[in-house]
Every structure is written in C-alpha cells, then in structure tokens.
Design a protein around this ligand. Sequence first.
Ligand code: AMP
Length: 344
Amino acid sequence: MNDVQTIGILGGGQLGRMLSVAASRLGLRCHIFEPGAAPAGDVAWRLTTAPYEDVDALRAFAESVDVITYEFENVPTSALDLLESIRPIRPNRRALAVSQDRLAEKTFLNDIGLATAPFADVPSESDLDAAIAAIGRPSILKTRRMGYDGKGQVRIGDGPAEWTGAPSVLEGFVDFSAEISVIIARGADGQVAAFDPGLNVHRDGILRTTTVPCGLPSKTTTDAVLIAARIANALDYIGVMGVELFFTPQGLIVNEIAPRVHNSGHWTQAGCAVDQFEQHIRAVAGLPLGDGKRYAAVAMENLIGDDLDRVPDLLRTPNVQVHLYGKGTPRPGRKMGHVNRITG
Ligand code: AMP
C-alpha cells in the first residue's frame, strides 16, 4: 500500500481534522465523509456531506480514495459493506464489529484471556431483574450500541432500576483506583508500537484530563501495553487503537476498546516525535510506524463548553500547546479543543 495518495475518513469531527493535518504533513490527501457538521472539512482535500444511506455519494467517495479509515465507529453496516466492496477499510471490519457492541466486545476480550467487569446480556427490560440477581448491585447498565462519553448508561444502586430503552449489558461496578489507557499502533506488517499509558480523569462521563507518565508501577504499565498488543494482534489490526483499562487491587481490567485515534492519546502531539494521528495515517497508508517513545511529561486537558473562554490566558501560558477544533459556538459538554501542557 505504499502507493497510497489519498485516505478516505468516515467522520468529520476533531479526530478526522487532526488526522487530516497529520496526513497533509506526509504529503497525503484526505477525503472526509460526514453527514453533519464537519470541522475536519476545513483542513481536508475534499469533504462529502451526505447521509450514510446515500449509495451514490458513498460510491464516489470510495472511488476517489486509496484506502478508507474512520474516526467514528458507529458507521452503519450497509455503508461499510458498499465501501469495502470498492476499497480496503482499515482497521478491519472485525475490529469495528467488536467495538460497536459492548456484548461482543466483552465476549471477545474474555475469549482471548483478558479480564473485564463481570457482565450479563440484557436483551430487554424483562431480563433486567435476572441480570441484577446474577451481577449484583451496584452495577451499571449500558446500551450495547451507540454509547460514548457516558451516554446510554444507567447506574443501578439500591433503588428501582431504570431501563436504558435499548438492548444492553449489565456490568458489575469495578472498584478501581485509577483509569488508564494505552494507545497502540499496529502496521500492515504486524509491527506494533505503543505509547506510554496515560492516567485518565473523567467528569460526568467525559474525559477531562490525561497525564503521562501515569504514575503506576512499571510492571502495571508493561502489563497494560501487553494487553493492548494482545488485542491488536488478535484482531489482525491495522491502525491506532485506544484501550481503556481500570487499575484495581486484583490487576488490570479492560473497560473498552476504541478502533481509532483516541482522546486520551492527544498528549502524544506534545510528547512524541510521531503523534497518534500521524501514527494512524502511517499504519493505514502502509508506511513504517514511529517508535512511540515519549520525550516529555505531558498533561492534556480537554476544553469543554465554556472552557473556551480560557483560551486567551492559555495562549499566554508557557509550555502550553493549544488545539482548537473550529466548531463555532460552545455548548455544555461539547469538546471544543484541548491543551497539552508540557510538565517536564
Ligand atoms: P464507558 O463509556 O464504558 O467508557 O464508561 C464511562 C466511564 O464510566 C468510565 O470511564 C468509568 O469512569 C465509568 N465506568 C464505566 N464502567 C464502569 C464499571 N463497570 N465500574 C465502575 N465505573 C465504570
């Protein structure tokens, strides 16, 4: 695939935008396909604005690129089937299928010998009582599909249990002392390069900060990287993947995998010679990967909603790299940008 000139990206949000910038630095072009508003369109070679049901638009998009990737995992199957009949999709469909569905994801992880929270399938509301009896309280009910940033989740405490409204999984509550994530890349030749695990802090289900180094013992960070590598190999993965883990007294538990560049990997823009976006572009274009080595301690903070008001001050702060996504009006809970603060 060394003759890749043009990369198609499904999804036009900030991840697609930063992928497009990285691709352009390598002399490659990106074509974005996005049904809605597309901050990535501002910096890409081409933008197609069309729904995933528009067969003609999908076909023209696929024919204009050499390889297709995505920054958003909930692309409808019918669109993927059509696109894949024209151009390769990287990471592959199995990685997407596993990460689109929390039940398939947890089953896959257990099948390859990795620990997850205890879970039960809850196909409908009438199955909820039996699932709570099996898993216990406290627990978390999560929709199988379309969940992100804590959406589609209901905490089950002592009171009556609310239903999510869609087929779900019930997860036992994990008493973790830290949340970490590994951003790992795997090339078409099977070469793997991991970035250092980052420590993640969430508020209201949304990632607020990622800090490297994460402060956990090196045995734990090595285990985390080995877990991520096992997942990438098992999926015959090509591209960058985010693996979120809980650190517990019993060891590491995999929370979820994202088959794409990940918010908790933004620190690599200030900490590594080749950041996660360039690494993903290199992988899907069939180019050699960067080594993932970290050259700085970095604290990444998301700028959410009105955090945007802090930008003038942040621009005056030494050792701070400001990234803005060009999204227009801030809304509560909306990721507007992020900063990478070099701390050492
Ligand atoms: P998720 O969408 O699955 O990544 O969940 C969002 C956040 O909810 C996680 O980052 C955790 O902070 C918390 N969370 C999710 N699942 C569990 C669990 N089984 N036990 C405890 N906390 C959880």
